[in-house]
Design a protein around this ligand. Structure first.
Ligand SMILES: Cc1ncc(COP(=O)(O)O)c(C=O)c1O
Length: 354
């Protein structure tokens, strides 16, 4: 059996709700500074409430919720959580009540992801804290409250990053491999933002299946944008193993030597913009009209550009940037890079006709 066939059979073993628009486009982009040709995996176009990587995880999380007979989705995230917004979208599509425990205080008026989450009909519960441990505690308390009120809540962890959600990125890996084969692309690396390790873990699981089948596969370079986990790389490796076990591929081993996390780009803290991230946002906007955000994709793309400049990628190689979405945050206060200068274009002399 090929690796792709193994994954297809494995995915058939777990419940899934078709919520995302898949496959997402694989778009050829500009040459990178220092070498390598950029290809962008457009998960920002994954549909479901303006898309992003969480749509993939929610297909499996909602599959599990429906299988469990849940009537309420409950999750948790930062004030401008993309994951919370896409969960609200999933709740709207499935017609189930959705509750979101969010960092910070209530935004009035709401903007970006909070605005969309409210449009999708979710109940927002600002927790008054940004501490991720306290937020997870607030999620557990809300689940208890809902249960006591007679509801059947399904709790989804921060970022949708458990073994159920991360299966979405095992499927995503197979999707990318199929596209690369069809387009005769052999990427040397896939680069993406990592915050709760679910995307990374799912991709690592996919790569491990390819390695076990003796099939060539690109490196996976995760760029840490969170710094809240003590061991984000370890979390990803653990999740990869759990994903494989959960779909009946427990015989496939994840090589810890292939778990690569670049921790140089997060800056002072999660969601605090950096100069390198902002420069990367501008580069992407002006080379492919890709809209990156300052919390996730901008910092990850800064890592990619830097690796290219340092010569990590051979001149004739192909590098995939996994655009994990997040653009609604651009429309929240402080979410956008305000370009310091518009390229100067000479103003034409307008001749007056007399
Ligand atoms: C736009 C965006 N990119 C990347 C990530 C990171 O994904 P993960 O949480 O699976 O590491 C997130 C999730 O928080 C996100 O919203």
């Amino acid at each position: 059996m090929t690796a792709a066939e193994r994954v297809a059979v494995a995915l058939g073993r777990v419940p899934r709700m078709r919520l995302a628009t898949l496959p997402t486009p694989l778009e050829r982009g500009a040459d990178l500074p220092g070498g390598g040709r950029l290809v962008v995996k457009r998960d920002d176009l994954s549909g479901l409430g303006l898309g992003g990587n969480k749509a993939r995880k929610l297909e499996f999380l909602c599959g599990a919720a429906v299988a469990a007979g849940a009537d309420t989705l409950v999750t948790v995230g930062a004030a401008q959580s993309n994951h919370a917004r896409v969960t609200a979208a999933a709740g709207a599509v499935l017609g189930v009540e959705t509750h979101l425990v969010l960092g910070g205080v209530a935004e009035e008026p709401p903007a970006g992801n909070q605005l969309l989450a409210r449009m999708f009909g979710a109940h927002l519960h600002p927790a008054g804290t940004d501490d991720w441990g306290e937020l997870s505690g607030a999620l557990a308390a809300l689940v208890d409250e809902l249960r006591a009120a007679g509801r059947r809540p399904f709790a989804i962890p921060m970022g949708g990053s458990d073994a159920v959600g991360a299966v979405g990125f095992l499927a995503a890996w197979a999707e990318l491999a199929e596209q690369c084969t069809a387009e005769e692309l052999r990427p040397t690396a896939v680069v993406h933002a990592s915050s709760t390790a679910g995307t990374h873990g799912g991709l690592l699981a996919g790569r491990a299946v390819w390695a076990a089948a003796g099939e060539a596969a690109p490196d996976i370079i995760a760029v840490d944008v969170a710094k809240d986990s003590d061991d984000l790389a370890g979390d990803a490796a653990r999740l990869a193993g759990d994903v494989l076990a959960s779909v009946g591929l427990g015989d496939v081993a994840v090589d810890p030597a292939l778990v690569e996390l670049d921790e140089r780009w997060v800056g002072p803290a999660y969601a605090v913009p950096t100069a390198a991230g902002d420069a990367a946002v501008t580069w992407a906007a002006r080379h492919g009209a890709w809209v990156l955000d300052r919390t996730y994709t901008g910092k990850a793309f800064a890592g990619l550009l830097s690796l290219a400049e340092q010569g990590r990628f051979a001149p004739d190689s192909t590098v995939v940037f996994w655009h994990t979405g997040g653009f609604p945050a651009v429309f929240a206060p402080g979410g956008a890079v305000v370009p310091d200068a518009t390229p100067a274009v000479p103003t034409p002399q307008i001749q007056e006709i007399t």
